[in-house]
Design a protein around this ligand. Sequence first.
Ligand code: RTP
Ligand code: MG
Length: 145
Amino acid sequence: TDAPEKERERTLVLVKPDGVARGLVGEVLRRVEAKGYRLVALDLRTPDREVLGAHYAEHEGKPFYEPLLEFMSSGPVAAVVVEGERSIEGFRSLAGTTDPTTAAPGTIRGDLGRDWGLKVQQNLVHGSDSPESAAREIGLWFPGL
Ligand code: RTP
Ligand code: MG
């Protein structure tokens, strides 16, 4: 497109298996689109451990790492490439903080998530946390994009 460079910042958004199972893909995408971001790619798939191991490499060795990979491979995930000015920070702000019990109301995790007493936070969504992470994650989930 002919959008200015800064409006083309891209981030990888995942609606995690809990979000897909609860039928919240539409609600997450509605919030992303209502914010004014554009959807560039969209795919529903159950990720394998290879993709997840690379995606979560920074967490290897942490106590929640194995439960996290098990959770993330437990069912389909909606993988979405989202584009817009400051979309990386912007989606993290829409998502809210990691712990869904204390995430601020108005956010995806704050409005829709809660603790389920499981070994890992099932917090509905993922969003890339930096331009470097976004480039790496988009390449991993959508090679060739
Ligand atoms: P994300 O990367 O998924 O956007 O989430 P985040 O930055 O808010 O959280 P991060 O610290 O990067 O952790 C990645 C994901 O691991 C799960 N987690 N569970 N103690 C726990 O139960 C725990 N800690 C982390 C969450 O699913 C978190 O989103
Ligand atoms: Mg993170």
